[in-house]
Design a protein around this ligand. Structure first.
Ligand code: 13P
Length: 212
């Protein structure tokens, strides 16, 4: 895909997330790797109305070299690219149900999104809950770095999910899967839920790990 095509893809997928309510207002940001650096949604932009020509461009040292000023959450994104070398894109949302779970004080910080279905295991994996920090605080990057690349996605307490993928489409799909699983968890709260067993999770990972 050329860089122009990738810009159009970023606009299209962002609009799709916005149109389906995965993002509201100016919440959320998305980045995608290109050969000479990264493309990133500009700060305070609305995912529903991005302008392909104004998307922020950062060089390989994360200097802002084109387009509007990048998202203030650049630290979140950078930490994923630097700790998970096969990362091609990162999506941060304030999607409602995942954010709701991130506000509960009885969520397991090691495993915040329950393994309810095969697809959340295949596309997202185990999701830790990271402590609250202010949006745009570089500490958020340090917290992700502390995980040493073990997780493709995290939930930021009282804030929302950050999801990485091998390319833009995979990262968006994984962010959608995470949100839908959070919705299931909320719908099922208080019921006798049957989670996937450890052996099911191992088998899914063995067969589908390479497909994320
Ligand atoms: P930006 O507008 O700087 O991308 O920040 C939005 C956001 O989601 C903060 O967490």
């Amino acid at each position: 895909m050329t860089q122009d095509e990738l810009r159009e893809e970023l606009v299209r997928l962002s609009r799709s997330l916005y149109d389906r309510g995965f993002s509201v207002g100016s919440a959320g940001n998305i980045s995608v790797a290109v050969p000479d650096g990264w493309l990133m949604t500009p700060t305070n932009s609305c995912l529903g109305f991005l302008d392909a020509d104004r998307i922020s461009r950062l060089d390989r040292n994360w200097n802002h070299v084109g387009g509007d000023k990048p998202s203030k959450e650049v630290f979140l994104h950078r930490a994923f690219y630097e700790t998970r070398p096969d990362t091609g894109a990162v999506v941060h949302l304030h999607s409602t149900c995942a954010t709701a779970l991130s506000c509960l004080d009885d969520v397991d910080p090691q495993d915040a999104i329950p393994p309810l279905t095969p697809y959340v295991v295949m596309r997202v994996g185990r999701v830790p809950l990271l402590p609250y920090v202010m949006p745009g605080d570089p500490v958020s990057g340090d917290l992700i770095r502390g995980l040493e690349g073990r997780h493709a996605a995290v939930l930021l307490a009282n804030h929302g999910p950050v999801v990485s993928g091998r390319d833009l489409r995979s990262a968006v799909h994984a962010a959608e899967e995470l949100e839908e699983t959070a919705k299931l968890a909320i719908l099922l709260a208080g019921r006798g839920v049957r989670l996937l067993k450890d052996s099911d999770i191992k088998a899914l990972k063995a067969r589908y790990a390479a497909m994320r």
